[in-house]
Design a protein around this ligand. Sequence first.
Ligand SMILES: *Cc1c(COP(=O)(O)O)cnc(C)c1O
Length: 421
Amino acid sequence: MEDSKRKDAIEQFYLKYGFSTRCLHAGEKVGQPKSKAHTNAIFQTSTFVFDSAEEGAELFAQKKEGFIYTRMGNPTVMVAESKMNALEGRDLKLADPENVRISSLIYASGMAATSGLSFALLHPGDTLLRGEVLYGSTDHFFVNVLPKFGVKTVIVNTGKLEEVEKSIKANPAAKMIFLETPTNPLLELTDIAEVCKIVKRVSPECVVAVDNTFATPYLQQPLTLGADVVMHSTTKYLSGHGTIVGGALITRHDKIKDALYGTMKDVGGCPSPFDCWLLNLGIKTLPIRMDRHCASAMVVAEYLEKHPKISKVFYPGLKSFPQYELAKKQMKGFGGMISFDLKGGYKAATTLLNHVHVISLAVSLGCVDSLIQHPASMTHASMSPEARAHSGITDGLVRLSVGIEEPEDILKDLEDALKLC
Ligand SMILES: *Cc1c(COP(=O)(O)O)cnc(C)c1O
């Protein structure tokens, strides 16, 4: 077992390297101090053996560092934590290595991360400000679960800075603001740096949490832009191969990390070591996958924008996208997600979905291969028709997660299916 000083020193060592190098090497030595294996082993174990009764007592009393039980820590999970520290928090840490501590916790799912964050930070009577458009289950959790614990939630359109200002002024005691950018499925953006400034000016203690799943740390780093917590569904781009369901939280505050750790210990939501091993493997290729996702999505978006059967394409990289300038300012690339509206409505959308061959008809996103789905009848089916209409999720809207196949094969697949729409 590493002591935390050695772990910190190893993490520190890799900070000087570029993003791709950190994806490959950060954390690897943390999880496997003694082995000479080139790749990390999977510590698929629920518990750890103590050398003596006295050692067990010392570990429980936190007089000694070491692994006890996998819900409270595991070497394979620790590799993933170190990688996320190095990817999301590197610039902050590098600017002030003595005083900044970045911590990550890995979860069994993105929802375990979001619920863990909420259970750790919110108490009965607290107010949570939440983005208007959020991932479906995040929305359900805030609407259906948190009120059971006496937490009041207030919806705010975080894409409009004047609304954020109005909302935080009306709720100056709000404990947290949780937002997603780009949003699902219409890719609306929130100016993270500006939201942080506005919120902190009124209420310095209000925690700004950003779901960074769609962008990944390769394209956008909310902590560097002023956020307190970053949340990920590692199910998507970070693991990248559609093999796991997982989540992560990254924070720059020890107090928040301690609260998260305590909650995981007592509530659960810890990940499987094998899933973390797959996550660690996926992260190694994140930058080259994202470059390809971004480049191919641009080609596909431009093609769809010119197609006569499509009325509108939502992609932050298109000049026609209302927040194109914000995307350029805040993100290193425009991502791999596209939504588009078919003129033929529901019938055309389902025809398209039923006639693609390279692209898989499935929800989820951020896979190496392309996935297509119909938000109104699938991911966003539980919203009321009025709420969907208000959010711009029409019956003709299709969401495409552009994979890393040959871009011309994706285009041909769409072209052939669109002929039937
Ligand atoms: C998938 C997803 C989640 C939920 O994550 P799970 O891993 O499925 O629990 C949360 N936010 C966004 C943006 C997602 O895409």
